[in-house]
Design a binder for this molecule. Structure first.
Ligand code: MG
Length: 452
């Protein structure tokens, strides 16, 4: 059986991969898995969203589901809507390709807890899909569809309930927000205004042609945001990906804040004064350990992937978790990445610290990062991984996901990419020379393993 779901749902290019036929069939499969019942439906701003959402709705209704169409909302808003329904909803289907380029779209399945589906549930849906074991509702039990446009206001109210609104309002921040024409257009600018900020928005009209910038919030796409933050002397810049489950930040000097640093600041604030655990994949910088340990907490490492991080947080009662790509999870709020929540928390941090973001960054320990890729044919992937483990014997290693060699002054992680025939080498050191040396060692390790 081939897989349908990737790390974050089903993704593909609209037309050849992602089309009405597929969306109907996925809708039928998810509806069968749920066994009918009420299911939320949401989408981001992509041009193919209405076509795919209506097809998925049709599939869900054919299996007897009552579809509640939330329209264009951030993915975390749809997840929150399901979580707060307290089991009254079977789950949700979200039509989004998150940070992928404009020609892509995707389908994401959310369970009754409002969390991204567990792998075993995805497998159950995949087997229904491939074996075409669809539930076909008889004429009198075919599902219905209705709209609900209250999801965003309830979601934003919940976020305001989780931060110190008075302190943020008193600080009267100037914030530039760039939702990248994605689903965050409908939420974050309004959230910020309600928190007393002077809001300047860029690319804030919902537009699936993504005329302003590409949906992935990386420095190469955020030149306008960085420039405007610095020109208007704003306190903070915020950018989201296409479905606004991720938030990245630009500091008061107009510089992009690397994800490891913003994650460390959010983790520090979550842990300070109450301890607890922070869950993050093996790929996150040791910076997080340094900061969390100093604040009285501990770090738990997982395999890469936000559903895995969220799952471990849910099972262990963690205080905070997330990834270095701007995905932060606040379990008091909900067990999935939430871009608007991260934005509100960052404002709270600035309000409480009474310091600029650049000053807070400067207080963090410094690590130098070096990344490299080594091509490895897909059929040699497992053998190469086994050889690397053998070659690293005797060293202090973490094999949670790939192989991470830990040194006193740095670390190097070598792991196969989930999507390309390459091994990714990710090294960090307290000095730039050390990071270079560790990256070279990681590359060498893969090459040696290839020759064995
Ligand atoms: Mg996303």
């Amino acid at each position: 059986m081939t897989r349908l779901f990737g790390t974050n749902g089903i993704r593909g290019v609209v037309g050849p991969d992602m089309n009405a036929e597929l969306a109907v069939k996925v809708g039928r499969s998810i509806g069968t898995f749920f066994g009918g019942g009420p299911v939320a439906l949401a989408r981001d701003t992509r041009l193919s969203g209405p076509m795919l959402a209506r097809a998925a709705a049709s599939g869900l209704m054919s299996a007897g589901c009552e579809v509640i169409d939330l329209g264009i909302v951030p993915t975390p808003c749809a997840e929150y809507h399901v979580a707060k329904a307290g089991g009254a909803l079977k789950g949700a289907v979200v039509v989004t390709a998150s940070h992928n380029p404009r020609e892509f779209n995707g389908l994401k399945a959310i369970d009754a807890r409002g969390m991204e589906m567990r792998r075993e549930d995805e497998e159950a849906i995949e087997s229904i899909f491939f074996e075409e074991r669809f539930r076909v509702a008889p004429w009198s039990e075919v599902g219905s569809i209705r709209s609900d446009d209250t999801a965003v206001s309830r979601y934003l109210e919940a976020i305001r309930g989780k931060v110190d609104v008075d302190s943020i309002r008193k600080a009267a921040f100037t914030v530039v927000v760039d939702p990248g024409n994605g689903a965050g257009c409908l939420s974050t600018p309004y959230l910020l205004r309600s928190l007393g900020c002077r809001v300047i928005s860029l690319n804030a009209q919902p537009d699936g042609a993504f005329p302003g910038r590409m949906p992935e919030p990386i420095p190469a796409h955020l030149g306008d945001l960085m420039r405007v933050v610095s020109e208007v002397h704003a306190n903070l810049g915020i950018a989201h990906d296409g479905d606004a489950d991720r938030a990245v930040f630009v500091d008061d000097k107009g510089s992009f804040v690397v994800g490891d640093k913003s994650l460390a600041l959010l983790a520090q604030a979550a842990i300070r004064g109450r301890g607890g655990t922070v869950v993050t994949p093996v790929s996150t910088s040791s910076l997080l350990e340094d900061v969390v340990r100093a604040a009285g907490g501990t770090v738990v490492r997982t395999r890469v992937g936000s559903p895995i991080v969220a799952g471990v947080m849910f099972e262990t009662g963690a205080t905070f978790g997330g990834e270095e790509n701007g995905g932060a999870i606040f379990p008091d709020h909900q067990f999935c990445r939430d871009g608007a929540m991260a934005a509100a928390k960052m404002l709270e941090i600035l309000a409480h610290a009474r310091k600029t973001l650049s000053a807070l960054e400067a207080e963090l320990p410094e690590y130098h990062i070096k990344k490299a890729n080594v091509p490895v044919p897909a059929d040699q992937r497992d053998a190469v991984l086994t050889s690397i483990v053998a070659l690293a014997r005797g060293r202090k290693v973490d094999t949670t996901d790939g192989v991470k060699i830990l040194e006193a002054d740095g670390a190097v992680l070598v792991r196969p990419s989930g999507t390309e025939p390459i091994f990714r080498v990710y090294a960090e050191g307290r000095t730039s020379a050390r990071a270079d040396a560790l990256a070279a060692e990681g590359v060498d390790l893969v090459k040696k393993a290839l020759r064995r």
